[in-house]
Design a protein around this ligand. Structure first.
Ligand code: ADP
Length: 395
């Protein structure tokens, strides 16, 4: 439904640009109807509901203002609108608390932890300062792009980094910012950097950064282009104005690195790219063990046996599978108590059949095609070339 809603937001923006009063009203009302419907659905997540709510508030505020006075054309970007823009809903981007997490909370991905150690943590330690000065000169700050299959912990890792460095963090869902009506996305981006500039240590994290890089000829490309330009300008300014002793880190994450606009990867921006892969065998065992150890289970349900079935799953998916597995004896136990009216548990346990049935139904969020695309990207070759290389008959 988000897709339909976003396309309504785009049409609404178009109508506002064109000052087509009839379309503004028709599309605006339709947009509100969809948004409000989604806000009360039990299966829609809190953060999505928040996006719908904000969009609806913005549109409603515009419609209300419009019905009293003739509409004022809305600019697609620029500071001139600030303060009077009827779409604008101010937001606090940074969490009040530093996440209570550290590197110890990251399972596996040792190479990612090492990369953060070399790029971010070590330069802050006095004993390394001379080495960094010698090889890198004065550092302006750090901008890192994390890429990899969904659910491999990219967001989690950045939160752990914030905890380890005692930094406040702004987690920005780029697609939500993008879904804003014209001009508001740019204003939100400027706000994020303005709020960050007030802090001595901070991390700005742009999740799904690929959503800001739409196809050039798509309907939304003008809108996204303007947002991308604002983002790049803010990033450059933010890093250049860093003062001695301040820690400014910008991290972006994507599942689709090949979609990113080249301007984002250019020198001085997200030059450091770190691949976050699927968990290896040891990490899968750790994910499984962490959950299984807490559950009553049959003797043949071992960490090794379950881990063997979950190779190729992301950390997020393994957690979800284990939760579903735990639910099965739980359901039986509750039914036992209800049906037999005995009022005490019957000692239900996780069986291998529970595990097999859950895993059989669970759709792995990471497909072989995705992995192949990452392989091609890591080798710096087009996906099609890798495919044809694999198809070539061996001599
Ligand atoms: P991504 O951003 O790559 O899509 P997330 O960070 O949203 O993945 O992962 C979702 C959840 O899965 C996290 O909150 C965390 O509980 C778990 N997870 C995934 N990978 C790891 C990991 N390597 N270490 C610890 N937890 C992980």
């Amino acid at each position: 439904m988000m897709g339909v809603f976003n396309s309504k937001v785009s049409s609404f923006n178009e109508a506002v640009r064109a000052q087509d009063a009839e379309a503004i009203s028709d599309i605006g009302m339709e947009l509100l109807r969809i948004g409000f419907d989604e806000c009360v659905k039990p299966n829609v997540g809190t953060s999505l509901k928040e996006t719908y709510r904000k969009q609806c508030l913005s549109a409603a505020s515009y419609l209300a203002k419009n019905s009293r006075t003739p509409a004022t054309p809305v600019r697609s970007s620029g500071a001139a609108n600030e303060g009077t823009d009827p779409y604008y809903v101010p937001q606090q981007w940074f969490s009040d608390e530093v996440p209570d997490l550290g590197f110890k909370d990251i399972i596996g991905v040792q190479e990612v932890k090492d990369a953060f150690m070399v790029d971010v943590v070590a330069p802050l330690r006095p004993e390394f300062r001379e080495i960094y000065r010698k090889f890198r000169g004065e550092q302006l700050g750090t901008q890192i792009l994390l890429y990899g299959p969904p659910g491999t912990g990219k967001t989690h890792i950045v939160k752990c980094l914030a905890g380890a460095l005692n930094c406040k963090i702004a987690v920005v869902q780029t697609s939500e910012v993008l879904a804003s009506v014209v001009g508001v996305a740019e204003k939100n981006i400027r706000d994020i950097f303005a709020q960050a500039a007030e802090l001595n240590r901070c991390i700005i994290f742009f999740d799904e950064i690929d959503s800001i890089c739409s196809d050039r000829d798509s309907e939304d490309s003008r809108h996204t282009k303007s947002i991308l330009t604002t983002l790049l300008t803010c990033m450059d300014g933010f890093m250049k104005t860093k003062r001695e002793g301040q820690l400014r880190i910008i991290v972006a994450a994507t599942n689709l690195p090949w979609k990113l606009d080249a301007a984002l990867k250019r020198g001085g921006r997200f030059e450091t790219q770190i691949y976050v892969p699927l968990p290896d065998g040891n990490a899968v065992r750790k994910f499984v063990g962490m959950q299984l150890d807490k559950l009553p289970h049959d003797e043949n349900v071992t960490v090794d046996a379950l881990a063997a079935k979950l190779e190729g799953y992301s950390g997020a998916d393994i957690k979800a599978v284990m939760k579903q597995i735990a639910n099965r004896p739980l359901e039986r136990e509750v039914k036992n108590v209800l049906n037999k009216q005995i009022g005490r548990p019957m000692g239900e346990r996780v069986t291998m059949q529970d595990c097999d049935e859950v895993i059989k139904k669970f759709i792995n969020g990471v497909t072989p095609e995705m992995l192949l695309r990452f392989e091609a990207y890591n080798r710096g070759m087009p996906y099609e070339d890798l495919l044809s290389l694999l198809k070539k008959p061996k001599n």
